[in-house]
Design a protein around this ligand. Structure first.
Ligand code: MN
Length: 279
């Protein structure tokens, strides 16, 4: 993907892509923000940032989504077993689609039936520093970087494996380099700290709360998600709009619950406010 996206008509050199604003333009060009719910990322234009996040994600399979900010998006890898701090224990990291920056702040519930449905914990966050040129090392599949997170620290490597004939997503390995943060013989040392860096909650706490719900098919940014429980009266329009789902017991249960809460204190609104208007 990087090689392709970089070779569009008038992009002269790979160095150009270093400018986050131009990287963001590509991201934006590929999307119609009057249709997609994804954040446009306008709030970050001109900001040169290297954030990283790890989101623990209890979807159909539990995994950890490791995301590095590059060119205005979050490059993403899914680790079934999470990061290992034992340099001898390399962890498979399947590359997944780039995510919008705003998604990196999200913790909560993706409704069942939607893509990635399940519980998401903001397991770690911080900044990363590339060692060497981030674009060259990304393209060559041999990245080295330092992480300054709450949980993940020190030097790491992401190494892309040889492509297999029918692979859908590139497979990489996330490897802890030997430094003072390595823990030989204790690969899962970091995983023991199983609380959110954002809220201190565990997965059960997050799953039990319906206040933060990611609606991927509606225009809503992660940082517009309510941080506190939505007051029942005012929250009615938002809650009512929440579950537009294929069906299933849990989806309808969530809908029933939301509408019940909505009806308690406020009359049902004729229209919910258009959330596709961007301000
Ligand atoms: Mn995931």
């Amino acid at each position: 993907m990087p090689a392709k996206s970089r070779s569009s008509s008038h992009t002269p050199t790979p160095r150009r892509a270093r400018d986050p604003a131009s990287a963001l333009k590509k991201y934006q060009r590929m999307r119609d923000f009057s249709v997609t719910a994804e954040p446009s990322g306008h709030e970050r234009v001109g900001v040169k940032g290297h954030s990283f996040v790890v989101q623990k994600h209890a979807a159909s399979h539990l995994h950890y989504d490791f995301r590095l900010e590059m060119d205005g998006v979050l490059r993403s890898w899914a680790l079934a077993k999470g990061p290992s701090v034992d340099p001898a224990v390399k962890r498979l990291a399947m590359q997944t689609e780039d995510h919008p920056l705003a998604y990196g702040g999200f913790e909560g519930i993706i409704p069942k039936g939607q893509y990635g449905g399940g519980t998401v914990m903001l397991w770690d966050r911080g900044t990363w520093e590339p060692i060497g040129d981030e674009h060259e090392t990304y393209r060559s599949g041999r990245m080295k970087f330092r992480l300054n997170g709450d949980k993940m620290h020190g030097q790491w490597a992401l190494v892309r494996m040889k492509p297999k004939p029918n692979e859908r997503n590139p497979a990489w390995l996330l490897i802890k380099d030997k430094d003072e943060y390595a823990a030989p013989g204790d690969a899962d040392a970091l995983l023991k700290d199983d609380k959110s860096v954002k809220t201190g909650r565990d997965m059960e706490d997050i799953a039990a709360s319906t206040k933060d719900v990611w609606i991927s098919n509606r225009a809503k940014k992660a940082d517009e998600m309510p941080e506190r429980p939505v007051p029942k009266a005012k929250g009615a329009p938002r809650l009512k709009g929440v579950p537009k789902l294929k069906g299933g017991l849990k989806a309808s249960a969530l809908r029933a619950q939301s509408e019940k809460a909505a009806q308690k204190k406020s009359p049902r609104p004729k229209h919910r406010p258009s959330s596709s208007s961007r301000s």
